[in-house]
Design a protein. Structure first.
Length: 131
């Protein structure tokens, strides 16, 4: 966006400067309520009015984009809070994965009961004596 703005601004400034240099005459302005006559060079007047218009345009753009800047600040704040929450959840998940891995290792380290022993235990009759 800055490239396009510069692409328009630079030639426009050059044209205004050339126009101001070509118009070297003087102009007289009368301020009616004060009966004051002011004589100004047209080149200076053109440049001053151009730069005042440029600054007013930039100020207008700044004010017009204020809601967008406010929304951007809100989005950044929300994004920061969500990133913190994501980090906390990531830590919890990594802890749970470590616990799962340790449980799997413990399960693998437990001695396996032979099939014959399991079948014998399944068919054996056990009495619970409660007295």
């Amino acid at each position: 966006m800055n490239f396009i703005r510069r692409l328009i601004e630079i030639p426009l400034v050059i044209v205004v400067i050339i126009f101001a240099v070509i118009n070297n005459d003087f102009a007289t302005f009368t301020l009616k309520p004060f009966n004051l006559d002011i004589t100004v060079s047209l080149s200076v007047l053109i440049l001053v009015l151009f730069f005042i218009g440029y600054l007013l345009g930039r100020l207008d753009a700044f004010v017009a984009n204020a809601p967008l800047r406010a929304q951007l600040r809100y989005q950044k704040k929300t994004n920061k809070a969500l990133n913190k929450e994501h980090e906390k959840l990531h830590e919890k998940v990594s802890d749970l994965q470590e616990n799962l891995e340790s449980l799997k290792q413990k399960e693998n380290q437990a001695p396996a009961v032979p099939f014959k022993q399991r079948m014998a235990d399944f068919f054996s009759f056990k009495k619970n004596h409660e007295e």
